[in-house]
Design a protein around this ligand. Structure first.
Ligand SMILES: Cc1cc2nc3c(=O)[nH]c(=O)nc-3n(C[C@H](O)[C@H](O)[C@H](O)COP(=O)(O)OP(=O)(O)OC[C@H]3O[C@@H](n4cnc5c(N)ncnc54)[C@H](O)[C@@H]3O)c2cc1C
Length: 445
């Protein structure tokens, strides 16, 4: 950089990214008495859609970290989900049906959430943030220790921390700079607008509408406003997609949305599944979406990012700050959580959107499972909200859901084809067994 001065800043932990993952990690590690520096290039980040709905465990963890406060929390409470399939009546999944955990999640407009977290964390002992700065390069061999070159106010700062965290989101540059490769799958796009929250049909719930155009969401975000998001599948026209989504919306809400769309351009985002080949390298670790992300159908990205921070804090404390041992522990525990979260999101997405016989059958099985049993709803909500992160639980529930197919046989006999039912059942049983195998393999590992 021309005309720049070069400083060396000594910190224990350097965090690239001041989003949910970066601020949660800073708050958690500050509890261990470490000196932490956050590098955040764009605190406003208001041009894209991102996560807003936080499950009760995420809210609980953010409160425990001191980043949210029950007495003055931004946003709007969320009781659970109202799910509207195109061809059946809606189903309500409620957090409160499970005793012993916080019964409300929260939806907070993303910019407000990010601003709140970044402001709050800078008051924590040992935490400093360079806002408007970015990690430009990382030096060092693959085994570390890494030196970060940060561009800040026209100056170049070199920082060699004990621990470096890549919390710079799904497209993480830090991940690339420290030599971690990844697999990417782009599912679809997402467009969204804000409207008044008065015509949301189920007050206090996150609404999920399922049509052939993909998934659409509607939820209150506080101050009388609601976020509406529409999925736009690969190759689809966004105007046509929105039209298809809106067919399932109640009339008054649809009119509100159409009025806003006529006046303003919607925000956009892309839905990716990103699976890095590892979450640690040398003295660096990835947290939040940089460590991996999946389709936002389960709305679990923020909750999982906060869990990463807590897992990392605990691993450091348990290993007496032996970075290598702590990072290995972190990678193992996060890997378990992520496998369950990603598998659940992928299976639900396939069941809700694909048109294969097994997806249609699975979709019927899932709704029948939820409609007929309160216990089933509680178990599903535990997995969705990351209260339960066990791949064994997911495998068991998948098997139980698949068994619903037998009670649906008479219906399929009347309305569809028995041959499709047969094909579907075989595929579901096969997949159930594959999950059990994955669960056992993970347990052995
Ligand atoms: C359309 C959509 C809807 C979603 N809905 C939900 C939902 O309802 N609930 C939910 O829990 N999750 C949801 N998610 C997922 C959620 O947004 C993410 O899981 C969450 O924001 C991850 O936080 P993060 O801090 O890891 O990443 P980000 O929020 O992406 O933050 C990364 C930060 O790194 C900074 N950065 C970038 N480059 C650099 C650099 N070179 N140096 C330093 N810093 C850098 C960025 O400015 C940014 O502040 C959704 C995602 C999408 C796309």
């Amino acid at each position: 950089m021309q005309g720049s001065s070069i400083h060396q800043e000594d910190v224990d932990v350097l965090i690239a990214g001041g989003g949910v993952a970066g601020t949660a990690a800073a708050a958690a590690l500050s509890q261990l008495g470490l000196r932490i520096l956050i590098i955040e290039p764009d605190p406003a980040q208001g041009r894209r859609l991102a996560g807003e709905l936080i499950h009760p465990p995420g809210i609980e963890d953010l409160c425990r970290l001191g980043l949210l406060d029950d007495r003055a929390m931004p946003g709007s409470p969320v009781k659970g989900f109202a799910i509207f399939p195109a061809d059946r009546s809606s189903v309500i999944l409620c957090y409160g049906e499970r005793p012993g955990i916080r019964s409300l999640g929260r939806a907070i407009e993303h910019r407000i959430l990010k601003h709140h977290l970044l402001e709050t964390v800078q008051r924590f002992p040992g935490v400093t943030a360079h806002i408007g700065a970015r990690i430009a390069r990382i030096e060092g061999n693959r085994e570390g220790p890494f030196t970060a070159v940060v561009h800040c106010n026209g100056a170049e700062i070199r920082i060699r921390p004990g621990l470096m965290l890549g919390a710079d989101g799904p497209m993480s540059r830090v991940r690339k700079m420290i030599g971690i490769s990844h697999e990417t799958r782009r599912y679809s796009g997402m467009v969204g607008v804000e409207v008044e929250d008065t015509h949301l049909p189920n007050n206090g719930y996150g609404h999920i509408f399922l049509t052939s155009a993909g998934v659409a969401y509607a939820y209150a975000i506080g101050n009388g406003r609601a976020r509406i998001m529409f999925e736009v599948l690969k190759g689809a026209d966004s105007k046509e997609s929105i039209k298809t989504h809106l067919e399932l919306f109640p009339t008054a809400l649809r009119h509100d949305i159409e009025r806003v769309l006529a006046k303003s351009k919607p925000l956009a985002a892309a839905n990716f599944c990103i699976v890095p080949n590892t979450s640690i390298q040398g003295n660096a670790a990835l947290v939040g979406d940089a460590r991996g992300c999946c389709h936002p159908l389960t709305a679990s990205g923020i909750t999982a990012a906060v869990k990463d921070a807590l897992i990392l804090r605990d691993a450091l404390a348990e290993t007496d700050f032996n970075i290598a041992a702590a990072l290995r522990r972190y990678a193992r525990r996060c890997g378990r959580l992520e496998l369950t979260r990603r598998t659940l999101a992928e299976e639900l997405r396939e069941a809700f959107l694909a048109q294969t016989p097994e997806a249609l059958l699975l979709r019927e099985c899932i709704f029948s499972y939820w409609r007929t049993s309160a216990k089933a709803r509680v178990r599903s909500m535990a997995l969705l909200s990351t209260v339960d992160t066990s791949i064994f639980s997911l495998a068991t529930q998948y098997g139980t859901v698949a068994l619903q197919a037998f009670s649906l046989l008479p219906l399929w006999f009347l309305e569809r084809s028995v041959a499709d039912w047969h094909r579907g059942v075989i595929k579901l049983i096969h997949k159930s067994l594959a999950f059990q195998y994955a669960a056992i393999r993970q347990w052995l590992h």
